[in-house]
Design a protein around this ligand. Structure first.
Ligand SMILES: NC(=O)c1ccc[n+]([C@@H]2O[C@H](COP(=O)([O-])OP(=O)(O)OC[C@H]3O[C@@H](n4cnc5c(N)ncnc54)[C@H](O)[C@@H]3O)[C@@H](O)[C@H]2O)c1
Length: 363
């Protein structure tokens, strides 16, 4: 039935705050219940949004027959377990990035999703930010001509993020938690990535936090016809905020070039026969940035839950789905392998190693 409301349960109320806001402002969703182990945080959200109830037990969301979709915003290391439990309880899933922190749980999730006949949608928020939405539209309209190279980056001073205890524990990496946005954008435009080569470095600052995962990352990705993506990340150094934008995605094609930026709400284009233009979406600032600072994503989440609702209405699989999410994870596993071996790494080798041959490279 078109335009009906879907019922949502949310687990993890840190960044989960943004999806609460998104659901409450959307005409397509009804927030049924929210859950966090931290009861004080639950009470804070209840007061902030005027909610009627909360729970500290995930089982309460899983066993609630009213809840159709569970949105997961728990620490990266717990996504696999929480997705599987939701699928087994017969719920569709929205999971924030990264889908998983490694490929270990990937094949059991594929099985669980098939057995339940339920969808897993990966909330790659950057795809749903205003400049990126416009860039995608231009790409699909063919305004770039043949795109044969893509450059993406996520450069930020994200030392503030390390206040979370789980960010200093096994399973956290800058690559998965942060650079996955840039990897996903590259893969969105060049889906058939078959080979990866690059370097990663753990800086002194990073080591002072006790982290061994690289905080400085540079990679080249190649697809089967030779198209190239370049993906960069850097996370523990001061940035030039006046010119750096956080996340950027540049498409270079035979008929035009464009660059979409996060969080600047800017989109630069130069298409054949047109003047170079900068498009500003500043009027949407209060829609995208609803809380203090720019580290929350309520606007992007509202865009993606409304897209998800449309997909449910139409019986269409929302993208990125489990297949696409796992392929992106395989690219990141190849990146880690390339850092270790200093060699190019084939995605197919990684997929085979994890018995994931069924994952398709293309969409
Ligand atoms: N752009 C984006 O899409 C975006 C932005 C920020 C964070 N995130 C993702 O959101 C997730 C959470 O990040 P965060 O910054 O909110 O971290 P956080 O530590 O602030 O919040 C995680 C919450 O999960 C709760 N939790 C942990 N285990 C639980 C359990 N078993 N049951 C119920 N609650 C449990 C914790 O108490 C905590 O409140 C991460 O995976 C992160 O990558 C995505």
């Amino acid at each position: 039935m078109a335009d009906r409301k879907y019922k949502l349960g949310v687990i993890g109320l840190g960044e989960g705050r943004s999806i609460i806001s998104a659901a409450m402002q959307s005409e397509r969703w009804e927030l049924t219940n929210v859950c966090d182990l931290n009861e004080d945080l639950c009470k804070e959200r209840i007061e902030e949004f005027g909610l009627l109830r909360y729970t500290t037990h995930y089982d309460d969301l899983l066993s609630d027959p009213d809840i159709e979709v569970i949105a997961i915003y728990t620490p990266d290391q717990l996504h696999g377990r929480h997705i599987k439990q939701a699928l087994e309880a017969g719920k569709h899933v929205i999971v924030t990035k990264p889908l998983l922190h490694s490929l270990e749980d990937a094949s059991s999730l594929l099985l669980a999703s098939k057995a339940a006949g339920k969808l897993v949608f990966v909330g790659q928020s950057t795809r749903f930010f205003e400049p990126m939405i416009h860039q995608r539209r231009d790409f699909l309209a063919g305004r770039h001509g043949e795109v044969d190279t893509v450059e993406t980056y996520y450069i930020s001073d994200s030392r503030w993020f390390l206040q979370r205890d789980w960010s200093l524990q096994k399973g956290f990496s800058w690559l998965h938690n942060f650079m996955s946005h840039a990897v996903d954008l590259a893969r969105w435009y060049i889906p058939c990535i078959e080979e990866v080569f690059g370097y990663g470095h753990s800086s002194k600052v990073n080591q002072e936090y006790g982290l061994t995962c690289p905080d400085t990352l540079r990679f080249l990705l190649k697809d089967e016809v030779g198209r190239i993506a370049q993906v960069s990340g850097s996370y523990t150094k001061p940035t030039l905020r006046q010119v750096d934008s956080g996340i950027g995605c540049t498409l270079r094609g035979s008929k035009g070039t464009s660059r979409a930026l996060y969080s600047k709400l800017l989109y630069h284009t130069h298409f054949a026969g047109e003047e170079p233009t900068t498009h500003s979406f500043e009027e949407k600032r209060s829609y995208y940035f609803r809380f203090e600072g720019e580290s929350h994503h309520a606007g992007e989440y509202q865009n993606y839950i409304e897209y998800f609702a449309d997909c449910l209405d139409q019986g269409v699989t929302p993208m990125p789905d489990l297949n696409e999410g796992i392929h992106t994870l395989a690219i990141m596993a190849a990146m880690e392998r390339s850092i270790q071996t200093r060699q190019p790494v084939l995605i197919d080798d990684i997929l085979q190693e994890y018995s994931l041959q069924e994952i398709r490279r293309s969409r």
